[in-house]
Design a protein around this ligand. Sequence first.
Ligand code: ADP
Length: 331
Amino acid sequence: VLAEALPEERAFEAALRPKTLEELVGQERVREQLALVIDAATARGRTPDHVLLSGPPGLGKTTIAMIIANQLTAPLRLTSGPAIQHAGDLAAILSGIGEGDVLFIDEIHRMSRPAEELLYMAMEDFRVDVVVGKGPGATAIPLEIPPFTVVGATTRAGLLPGPLRDRFGFTAQLDYYEPADLHRIVLRSARLLELSIDDDAAREIGSRSRGTPRIANRLLRRVRDYAEVRAGGHVDHAVAQAALELYEVDQLGLDRLDRAVLQALCGSFGGGPVGISTLAVAVGEERETVEELAEPFLVRLGFLARTPRGRIATPAAWQHLGLAAPSEVAQ
Ligand code: ADP
């Protein structure tokens, strides 16, 4: 189970996305802060400060960007760092910006350096010089941009260079959700899907969702399939449990990738230390996938530790796999 949205999942996700700050479950502090930013700007008749949202995938960054545009009744433009590899790509986007627009840039840390520089000038001065041509013949064409708001999303704010980070007047760090919030998210999604579900079943799904609403919705979808085919459509606790077992999501919410990482770490590398790239190769995944999806969760559970020499498995990890840790063997 990856935390990135899969293509076939997009329409499903869109249907479940909260449309207002009130509908957003959890993240009370961020909600309150954002409401202030939006209300203050609206009262002043100005565009709000640029907003930076950081946090792991699936916690609601895109949702919040949509809500900001929605509450401002402003058009939303969506793009992403990987799509902006040249300053010219960004210049093209900026030249189409209207007054008050919200520009959402997902994975903003993955823009190229020249594009980054152009962006922070645009964010500060609402004016950039677009350089056309190369060498002595190059000319700078000034481009005026109406006031607009950038909402940037990144998995870690630390990945952004200081000058760009400083252009954001408001930064929100999204954190993993509490089980009670995930429970509410599952109940809310089930209601929207017109799926009949017991309270304890929703709680079970929420508690295996590793703090992530996207995963909660995804597990709910799998459980719904199971319930429809094998249980007459209603989800009770036993149905939820059986479905989650079938999809290899364990009681702590570990999925196949998480377990593969732990097994490689303990089995192939004796518990470490081992470099993240080596570990990623061992499980046949991209380094980024392991680093951004599996690792933060394993660290949070206290199963894996990052050390200067590499990743190591903690005694709790060995225990979870049902293995004896090397130190215990030696004793
Ligand atoms: P991100 O952009 O951080 O990867 P998204 O905004 O795409 O995450 O959210 C993923 C899914 O989780 C969406 O379907 C959204 O409906 C749901 N979701 C995220 N945050 C919340 C929340 N606070 N309350 C309810 N649903 C949420």
